[in-house]
Design a protein around this ligand. Structure first.
Ligand SMILES: *[C@@H]1O[C@H](CO)[C@@H](O)[C@H](O)[C@H]1NC(C)=O
Ligand SMILES: *[C@@H]1O[C@H](CO)[C@@H](O)[C@H](O)[C@H]1NC(C)=O
Ligand SMILES: *[C@@H]1O[C@H](CO)[C@@H](O)[C@H](O)[C@H]1NC(C)=O
Length: 201
């Protein structure tokens, strides 16, 4: 499969960031997952939820991994897509989506914004359990990327992945399965506008 460009964001300054510190040292310890598809357990399949975040529905509209469902909620196949994954102890209600998706929406950037909610699988205070699920959740996110590409809704070059805290490890795993071309570390959500600028085309 062709390469998918990933942007990994570390939003360490986010007040609600929790205790999941991800430095570059830990980044280098991302487990390499197998390149072929993993068979995911039912709790991973049902515990990872996808949302399309639009100006009309800034809180996100839940979507299944289905081309028609995405189009029905306003996915635009002519545009690039940004996939945002939250960190430990959060869910789709996280400030991350409001701030980061908000930066895209406020500037009227012509991108599709997809939010990944894996909150059921990473509740506090079970950090170790959440950490163990990162590879499988990443594989589920890779399922989303595969669907977007195989259904013609996107291309690898038009997909951008953004992960906060443990979410950075999730997108790292997703990107590894799909041969990621680029990984960028970001320190602060203050840069969310810059980041939005980088990925708006
Ligand atoms: C889809 O996106 C393209 C490019 O931004 C735009 O020209 C077009 O109007 C959009 N289509 C809809 C239905 O919004
Ligand atoms: C985005 O679009 C809205 C509605 O059309 C407009 O009011 C606003 O000024 C636009 N924002 C920017 C940054 O262009
Ligand atoms: C984003 O891009 C717009 C123009 O495309 C520019 O005016 C703005 O300053 C940029 N913002 C940041 C934070 O780089």
């Amino acid at each position: 499969m062709a390469s998918i460009r990933a942007v990994v964001v570390f939003v360490l300054s986010l007040a609600s960031a929790g205790c999941a510190n991800t430095g570059s040292e830990e980044l280098s310890r991302w487990p390499l997952i197998q390149q072929q598809k993993q068979t995911l357990t039912a709790d991973i399949q049902s515990g990872v939820k996808f949302y399309l975040i639009t100006a009309a529905q800034p809180g996100g509209a839940r979507v299944e991994l289905d081309k028609d469902a995405l189009l029905a909620e306003g996915f635009n196949a002519s545009r690039s897509s940004v996939v945002i994954v939250h960190g430990y102890g959060h869910d789709i209600q996280s400030d991350l989506f409001e701030k980061l998706a908000g930066a895209y929406l406020l500037n009227n950037y012509t991108v599709n914004i997809l939010g990944v909610d894996w909150g059921e699988l990473c509740p506090k205070p079970a950090y170790i359990t959440a950490r163990r699920r990162v590879a499988a959740v990443g594989a589920r996110v890779a399922d989303l990327l595969d669907l977007l590409v195989s259904s013609g809704l996107s291309t690898p070059a038009r997909l951008h992945l953004i992960g906060h805290s443990l979410g950075a490890h999730v997108v790292g795993n997703a990107a590894k399965r799909t041969h990621v071309a680029r990984v960028t570390g970001e320190q602060s959500l203050v840069r969310s506008n810059t980041l939005a600028n980088q990925t708006k085309s």
